[in-house]
Design a protein around this ligand. Sequence first.
Ligand code: PLP
Length: 321
Amino acid sequence: MWTTSGRSAFFLVLQHLKSAGVNHVHLPAYLCESLLLPVKTLGLKYSFYPVDLSLTAHPNPPHRSAVLLIHYFGWLNPATSELRKEAGRSFHLIEDACHALLSDWSTSSPVERFVLLSPRKFGPLPLGGWCNLPGEPPRATAKAETLMWRSLTARLLRGTYLRQPHAPVDPATERFYLSAFQAVDQYLEREVGESGVPAFIPEMAAALDWGKISRRRRRNWRLLHALLANRVQALAGALPSATVPLGYPILLPAAKRDRVRRVLATQRVFCPVHWPLPVEVSARSFPDAARLSRTCLTLPIDQRYGQGDMGSLSELFLRTQ
Ligand SMILES: Cc1ncc(COP(=O)(O)O)c(C=O)c1O
């Protein structure tokens, strides 16, 4: 079922489980704060479990709880096969494949699990989440329709603007597209229970060349890895054949991470941090998650970039060292 976002897909799955009597969600301590929103909106109890520095999940699920398993950055979580074996017996498994849309998260034998996706993270889609609940998706609101068109217009404008790299910076244009993107973010944040997506979104998704997107992302990851692996600590040392990465995550000492990020931003290279530690997660109880939150930086490798861009990115990055 299509939804507006990954978090609204999570909302629908949790709502479904709540109606079946589940009242506790067991979450990884290393997670995006936005995932707490559906849990709190539904008034469910929650607890955190450790994730180690290799991004392996170590849940200890309370009986009949729902366990969220995140496949970080596109790689299947190393704990996946163990958890899939147990899924549906004493706990419900929710696999968050929002970073792993194009990786192989299929199973060879049937597994009782829920799956969450966020196609909007992998293509030019202003909205778009998905979960494997059966049934008809809710209707899109007028607000979702309006925001979608506004965001699409802003994307077209940004595309034209950024295609002229030597043109002067135009703050009015930048304000226009940034405020359109911000309006979508605010909507997804505030209206987590409004999951209906405009019909144009799945149509747009169907028209994208996902094979090409996968090949480009994998090629860019490999290029960057060849250029940087000896100079920086990459979070993943290899790219298995069925993995399509979200980005090129690296670990840097905390103060340096923030400085490198600032310097790259002045060169218009915007690197996301996955993720600041939510206040609900205790750094003392979950030191590995806290360390990942302080030290991880994701370098962009998405399909808009080619070989030359990866070369410039690595040069810019190495100059910050
Ligand atoms: C692993 C993961 N799952 C889910 C989400 C939520 O997805 P969305 O932003 O589409 O709501 C995020 C957001 O960044 C995420 O990183």
